[in-house]
Design a protein around this ligand. Structure first.
Ligand SMILES: Cc1cc2nc3c(=O)[nH]c(=O)nc-3n(C[C@H](O)[C@H](O)[C@H](O)COP(=O)(O)OP(=O)(O)OC[C@H]3O[C@@H](n4cnc5c(N)ncnc54)[C@H](O)[C@@H]3O)c2cc1C
Length: 492
């Protein structure tokens, strides 16, 4: 009798706190799947250890591309799928726009213009001619700072690009109204996961951003923790055939002096790799590097990363630039899928596709790899594999727009601080400056300014975020200290 009552109490508790799906990790992969599943009437809970999009998904090149580079590895099917995914987003999402990229030819460069013309024609064919035709450009159309004597014009083609940022695109996927009762929590930690055979679900204990403990019951779990996925599997006792190879990428952010709109691709003169010069608001992103690393702890930008990028850029500029010209840096680790025993010389040989590996015994799935490009198609496929049916089409553009404030940074239009706190779970200065806006990337030293001129703005924003003045002061001081320390690591 006692056992029966205990079982009934468990069933009752389970009903109220029951979810169809728990997603661990709020990067692009977790957030996209959250959106697909909740728009298909599944009750989803997403738990993110830090802030949403604070992992690799805040450090990308923001291209929604058809994967032209993968033509080199003859991955035609992957390119065809990426092109379709890119064009769907350009058509349906107001977070993505079409943008011209210019592949430039270095004098004495590795690639001939004929090979590139054929490559771009094939690329357009694989994209079923949905993008406009390739055009030639002359040296006059290159950025004004570049040393034209090193170039021989280029070829211009069309790709997709994120309108605001990778973080804002990701966070917008989470903050729409849903009728399925789905919830996303940032700064929350899963402490324990246990499979209950009698109820055919997992019992999960987690603590939220206020350290409040919760118990939930979930039918299925997806580990979408990016480069941290293996660590999470290990913690909860799951083994997989796939794993991640870690590839660090760094960009320098420089001043966008001639307000260029187009992006430029430059040959690296080695391995057939390229670097990109991509105007982004007040800045130009120059990079990324591609360095294999052994652990996720090797993330911080080093002096070597900065010297490498500065060297490559200075060899193509008329007037050399130095560390003082760098506004900020951005860095992340690419989660690249590799299988047991797979041999490769260079991380560029690894495919950039995403896979879902499912545990043979329990409803536990892990996402390996993936990109922003193709992320929606991958989530649709993952949903089909998990729930055995097609998902509904997601509702694009349904995130409510934030009211605008012009109170800070010389009248820059920004989302209202109190609104972002209430509606997008901003918990500290960094959440607002780095991921709800681009201030921490577009204004020197993470938004402080080279002469600390924006300190009063940061102080006021911190006071708007926190209810207690003590918390506001602690957060403000911690943020400033962190920005200065991070810069010191690569500047000196
Ligand atoms: C330099 C660079 C340039 C790139 N450029 C492009 C590009 O132009 N276009 C493109 O499509 N892709 C690009 N990418 C790739 C793309 O950014 C990544 O593939 C993508 O962001 C990975 O997303 P994710 O959700 O898998 O991982 P993440 O964004 O890292 O998300 C994983 C999340 O899991 C959280 N987490 C970790 N542990 C736990 C835990 N125990 N519990 C809960 N949560 C946890 C983390 O905090 C993190 O937020 C680029 C990548 C880099 C590094």
């Amino acid at each position: 009798m006692q056992i029966k009552n205990a079982h009934l109490a468990l069933v009752e508790q389970q009903k109220t706190n029951e979810y169809d799906l728990l997603i661990l990790g709020g990067g692009i992969n977790g957030s996209m799947l959250y959106r697909v599943a909740s728009d298909s009437s599944k009750k989803v809970i997403l738990i993110e250890k830090k802030d949403f999009s604070s992992g690799t998904s805040q450090a990308s090149g923001m291209m929604v591309w058809g994967g032209i580079l993968y033509l080199k590895n003859l991955e035609f099917n992957l390119v065809r799928k990426f092109c379709k995914a890119r064009d769907n987003l350009i058509k349906h999402s107001n977070g993505v726009y079409k943008r011209r990229f210019n592949y430039t030819f270095l004098k004495n460069g590795e690639r001939s213009s004929l090979v590139m013309k054929i490559g771009l024609a094939l690329y357009r064919l694989l994209g079923s001619f949905r993008r406009s035709a390739t055009k030639s450009i002359t040296n006059k159309q290159l950025p004004s700072e570049w040393d034209k004597s090193r170039f021989n014009g280029g070829l211009s083609y069309e790709e997709g690009f994120l309108k605001e940022s990778d973080s804002q695109f990701t966070i917008n996927l989470l903050h729409t109204k849903n009728t399925s009762g789905s919830k996303a929590h940032n700064y929350s930690v899963v402490q324990e996961i246990k499979w209950l055979d009698e109820l055919k679900c997992f019992k999960v204990h987690f603590s939220d951003h206020q350290n409040q403990n919760h118990t939930i019951y979930v039918k299925t779990i997806v580990n979408a923790c990016g480069v941290w996925a293996e660590g999470v599997n290990e913690k909860f006792g799951f083994k997989t055939k796939a794993s991640h190879h870690f590839s660090k990428g760094v960009y320098l952010l420089l001043k966008n002096t001639d307000k260029q709109q187009d992006a430029f691709v430059v040959d690296m003169e080695k391995n057939g790799d390229t670097l990109c010069w991509v105007p982004w608001g007040e800045t130009v992103m120059w990079g990324p590097t591609e360095t294999s690393i052994g652990s996720v702890d090797e993330l911080p930008v080093t002096q070597d990363d900065v010297e490498f990028l500065l060297g490559k850029l200075n060899s193509k500029l008329e007037h050399k630039i130095s560390h003082q010209d760098i506004i900020n840096v951005r860095t992340g680790i690419r989660p690249l899928v590799k299988f047991n025993g797979q041999e490769f010389k260079n991380s560029l040989e690894l495919s950039r596709k995403a896979i879902l590996e499912s545990d043979p015994k329990l409803p536990w799935h892990t996402i390996f790899g993936g990109k922003i490009s193709g992320g929606l198609e991958f989530s649709n496929k993952a949903y089909r594999s998990i729930f055995g049916k097609k998902p509904n089409q997601i509702q694009h553009n349904s995130t409510p727009a934030a009211p605008v404030t012009r109170d800070f940074f010389n009248g820059t239009a920004l989302p209202d601080v109190a609104w972002t706190v209430k509606n997008t779970q901003v918990r500290c200065l960094e959440d607002y400056l780095r991921r709800r806006t681009n201030i921490a990337q577009w204004i020197p030293v993470g938004g402080l300014g080279f002469k600390n001129e924006y300190l009063p703005d940061l102080k006021k924003i911190s006071e708007l975020i926190h209810e207690s003045s003590t918390d506001a002061k602690i957060d403000f001081e911690r943020y400033i200290d962190l920005q200065k320390k991070e810069r010191y690591k690569w500047e000196n």
